[in-house]
Structures are given as C-alpha cells and as structure tokens.
Design a protein around this ligand. Structure first.
Ligand code: DON
Length: 590
C-alpha cells in the first residue's frame, strides 16, 4: 500500500513522526518483535451465514424496544437503526438527538457491502477560525463552545435517518418511526440516567425557556418515572416521514430553527440547513489477529487510533505477556495513537489526512520499536505538538436475523448539548463546535488538544472520537461502540481485546476501564480498576496513575457466533437497568 504524502505545511511534523516511527530501538529498550503469525482474516464482504435471531443493545430500554418492534413489523436492521436512533434522541436527550449528529456503520448481508454514513454536524458557513477567541487577549472566551446558540453546529442526524431509511431500509420511514412517534405522544419515562446527567446542566437548561419548558417541572429536575410527553418531537418526525430530508432542512422547521438560533445570538442561516448533506464514506478496514475490523474513518479519529493501537500490539506475543506488561504496552500504544490524533486528524473534506500512513502496519512497527517494555515514554518526549473529559453521547449495536449489521454512535456532545431548545421543535441543539480545536494546543472539554487539521472553517465537520466498529472473525462477529468523548477510543480498544480473550458481550462491557490519551500524560482508571500491586508496578515504570471518582462510558455490544448462530446483546451495567440488550433467537423475526 503506497504512503500518501500529506500537504507541505505539515512536512516537518510528518518527518518527525517518521523519524520517531522508524528510529531503531535502543538495545536496552528492544521489545518489538516481528508481527506474530496470524490466521487469514475473512474478507470484508465474505458471506457470513445467518444468525439464529436478532439482537439489539442500546443505552435505553425504551429505544431497544422500539427497535425490536420495528424488526417484528418486518423491518431490517437498518429500519431498526432508524427507530433506535430516533428513540434515543427522545428518551436520552442528554446524549443525542435530532439537533445533533452521528455515524452509522452498516454491513448489508446480501452482498457484504460496508458503508459509513457520516451524519456529523458541520460548522455554520459564517463560522471563522478564531470565532471563540477574545480579540483582546487571544484566549478562548469561556463556555462559548459549550452553552447556547453559538456552540451549535448544523445538525446531521435527521439527514442520517432519512438517508439510511431510503437507501438501506425495507419499510417506509413513517413505519420505522411509528413506535417513536407513539412514544413521544403517549409519553416516555424519565429515568436515573436522565436525572444524573441533568445534575450537570440544570442551571443552563433553566436559563433557556425552550429547554426548561420541555424538560423541567417548575424549574426542577423531574422525578424518576415521570411521564414526559413531547408532541413537537412527534411532529418533526412526522414531517421527516412525509417530506424526507426537506422536511427538516427546508420549510417551517428550518425557518424556526434559524430564527430561534439567531435570536439567541447564533449565526445559522437557511443556507446552512439547505446545504447539509450526509456523506457516504468507505469505512476504515484493517486486520487484527485473524479478524477483519471495520471501523470509523475521518472525520472520526477513532478508527485510525484503533488501527494504530491494535497493530502496534499485534507485534507482541500477547498471550505470553504478563497482565501488567500487557497493560503497560496498551498504554504506550495508546499514547502514540492519541498523539497522532492530535496532530494529523481532521475533516478529510478540508484537510489531507494521511490515513494510509497512520494505519499502515509498517508505521505501527516503527512506533512499536520506540516503546520500552521497562519505562513509560513521557508524552513530552514524543515530537510534534506545541504543548499539552467529562461527557454525553450514545451507541447502539444491531444484528438482524438475516445478518444485516448496524453500529451507530450519535451525539449532541456534552450532556444535554448546548442546553437550548428552539420552542416548537422538541429537541436540544448540540455543542459540537467544542470538538474543534478552537486554538492550537488549547484542550477542549475532553482535555483533547489539536492543531491546524482540526481548526474551525465554514462547513467543516469537527473531529470526532466516535468509533462504531464491526469485527468480523472466522468464528464470531462483534458489533461494538460507546460514548465517552476522548475515552471512546480507549474503551473500544479495551473492548476488542477483551473479546479477543474470549469475553462474552456482558463481560466485555463490564470490564473496569483504563485510559491514556497522550496529554494529559497520565493513566486514568475507573474506581477500583487496578489492584494495588498492578498500580505500583505501573508507577514503578514511570506512569502517573490517577484513579477517577467516577466510572465512564456506556458500551453496547452485540455478538453473533457464526458456528451455531447464537446472538448475545450486552448493555453496559454502569447504568444498571437503564440500558437494555435484547435477543430473539429462532423467534418471530425470522
Ligand atoms: O464526537 C465526539 O467525539 C464527541 N462529541 C463525543 C462526546 C461524547 O462521547 C460524550 N460522552 N459521553
């Protein structure tokens, strides 16, 4: 595979990376080995047979049930994905919705076609590179990328629903949306996760008349179990069903949105909405331990970082490494992959992203050679960046009884997005503008730094970490993803390694999490994730280990065992009974 040479301005950094990657390891550090022999991986479009039934795992039981209802009514996995997506936007408004965006990674059983439907938000046409910087100080103005109208990019999810339904679904959009429209009108149940996330955002929601009318009761957070009706949401879905794309992006909904955003100080125009289109992209595909991994290409950084990390690790005899050595190597691999993310990744329609180079096994081998088995490499020693999360988002995984697959991660960014509802629309707007690098080297809400590749430009998509992923093995297919901002990538890496080691869907989503993102230069762990001896061993190698006060992520995994057709659905247990994995083996959906 030829390397693609990126544009001249980044030559210096590219060169530095190559030097790092290709530098021979000092003898004392020699840990890298040649790639370990692996069995051949299945072709991405290989016939996979049929599962015994369907499976859906999502972050909210009401959404999983809506998807199952659509399968029962004769829809395929893509119709179900439309239903689950729209339902999550309703019942998990803190995480995603019609005012946000998402990525739909699909695999069609009939011909093995894989496609990445990029329904990511775009910067408004009036956006400028320095729009969040105070001209007097040159520093970012606090909270402008987070709260209110200026934080919102142009939504993509409605276009994604229409496109996925029309191109890959089997039933009319109105039928796929019917259970969600019913739920919006009859009322959905407010739950523990809605409440917990609202704790972060209550004051900002209260300040917005549209949001407080929709979500608060007398200015307060509703109690668990409160029935929430949302007729405006049902109306917008009906309009989408009747008019398709234009039902949202032109006409009264578009006009209402633009008027509302501009009245609140935003910069949207009707042209922004009229111009919005989803982009069908080729998924990123690589092999890992005899499996074909199909994952998110830019403007997600997730697939590139996943490919780099797993291919670095594939050069070790993983099964023979001691657990603490595996952890050390995983951290070092992630440090290098996240560094490349910060430098090179951005919207491929605007910048030349050297994907082939960054995901090439030879490049991974070079990075591997720079890893010491004995010592942590301080991030500051890796060349390239001028200096140095709290989440919300959601993921769901679907396999239908024919073997169609949907892995979907969607978001409004931080909990309850920008905390603004344009009255009459029924949904929150996003604060995805915070995913841009508003100033080189200045960390965003997830502590992520970036450079020119992810600078703001009119119509550009902000770099994402969302990593919906399908792993096709000889014996098993896995559908994986999670929210968690910058931590999404490390969670998917960990999830895939757990599955490699034989974990069930339920075990893979439950595993205590360990994260490193290059900067800040620390290993962040969930409460109790490491025992004292492991922690001490990492610290002895120079790692700074930080135990976080809270858990993170909300991983949803579906497994399909190809030998006997069994399916499993694992919903992350961190939110106890809020999420739901459902399967129907040999039942009504065949
Ligand atoms: O696209 C991204 O990477 C972020 N907007 C995702 C935010 C997120 O996952 C927050 N979640 N818990």
């Amino acid at each position: 595979m030829p390397f693609r040479v990126p544009g001249a301005p980044r030559w210096r950094v590219v060169l530095a990376s190559l030097l790092l990657a290709l530098a021979p390891a000092p003898p004392a550090l020699a840990a890298a080995q040649g790639p370990v022999e692996r069995p051949a991986a299945p072709a991405v479009d290989a016939p996979l047979g049929r599962p015994k039934g369907a499976a859906i795992a999502s972050a909210n039981a009401q959404a999983t049930d809506a998807g199952m209802a659509v399968l029962r009514a004769g829809g395929n996995a893509f119709d179900a994905a439309v239903a689950v997506s729209a339902a999550l936007g309703l019942v998990e408004p803190e995480s995603s919705g019609l005012g946000g965006g998402g990525f739909f990674l699909l695999r069609r059983a009939s011909d093995g076609k894989v496609v990445f439907v990029d329904a990511r938000e775009r910067a408004p046409l009036a956006a400028t590179r320095d729009m969040y910087l105070d001209p007097a100080t040159g520093e970012p103005r606090p909270r402008q990328t987070i709260d209110g109208a200026l934080a919102a990019a142009i939504p993509g999810l409605p276009a994604g629903l229409v496109h996925v339904s029309a191109t890959y679904g089997r039933m009319p959009l109105g039928e796929a949306l019917a259970p969600v429209i019913r739920l919006a009108e009859r009322g959905w149940r407010f739950g523990d996760k809605n409440i917990a996330m609202m704790g972060w955002r209550k004051d900002v929601l209260r300040d917005d008349p549209g949001a407080s009318a929709l979500f608060l009761i007398d200015g307060e957070v509703p109690a668990a179990g409160t029935r929430m009706r949302n007729r405006d949401y049902a109306d917008v879905l009906r309009r989408l069903a009747a008019e398709g794309h234009d039902g949202f992006y032109r006409g009264p909904v578009a006009q209402r949105l633009v008027d509302g955003v501009r009245a609140a100080g935003g910069i949207w125009t009707l042209e922004d909405l009229a111009q919005y289109r989803v982009v069908e992209r080729a998924p990123l595909v690589f092999t890992h331990r005899g499996q074909t991994v199909v994952t998110a290409p830019p403007p997600s950084s997730g697939g590139v970082a996943l490919a780099a990390t797993l291919q670095i690790l594939d050069g070790y005899d993983w099964a023979a490494e001691a657990p603490v050595d595996r952890l050390h190597l995983r951290i070092e691999a992630m440090r290098r992959a996240y560094r490349d993310r910060a430098i090179f990744l951005g919207d491929p329609d605007f910048v030349d992203v050297p994907v082939e180079l960054l995901t090439h096994p030879a490049y991974a081998a070079g990075l591997r050679a720079s890893i010491s088995t004995e010592r942590a490499t301080p991030s500051a020693l890796l060349p390239g960046v001028t200096r140095s999360e709290r989440p919300d988002t959601t993921h769901f995984s679907i396999v239908d009884a024919e073997g169609n697959i949907a892995a979907v991660t969607q978001t409004v960014n931080l909990p309850y997005g920008n905390a603004m509802v344009v009255p009459g629309t029924g949904f929150l707007l996003n604060n995805e503008m915070d995913d841009f690098s508003v100033k080189p080297g200045v960390p965003n809400a997830f502590g992520l730094v970036g450079e020119d590749a992810n600078a703001i430009a009119p119509g550009k998509r902000p770099l994402s970490s969302m990593t919906p992923t399908i792993v096709i093995g000889m014996d098993r297919v896995a559908v994986v993803g999670t929210p968690g901002g910058s931590r999404i990538i490390s969670m998917v890496i960990q999830g895939l390694l757990a599955l490699d080691a034989g974990a069930s869907a339920a075990e893979a989503v439950a595993e205590p999490r360990v994260h490193h993102q290059y900067l800040p230069d620390e290993v962040s762990i969930e409460p109790g994730a490491l025992d004292a001896a492991t922690r001490a061993a990492l610290e002895a190698r120079g790692h700074v280990v930080k135990e976080e006060p809270r858990t993170w992520g909300n991983m949803q995994v579906v497994l399909w065992h190809r030998d006997d057709g069994r399916v499993e659905a694992g919903a992350d247990p961190r939110w106890k009974t809020v999420g739901k994995g459902s399967t129907d083996e040999g039942g009504i959906f065949r």
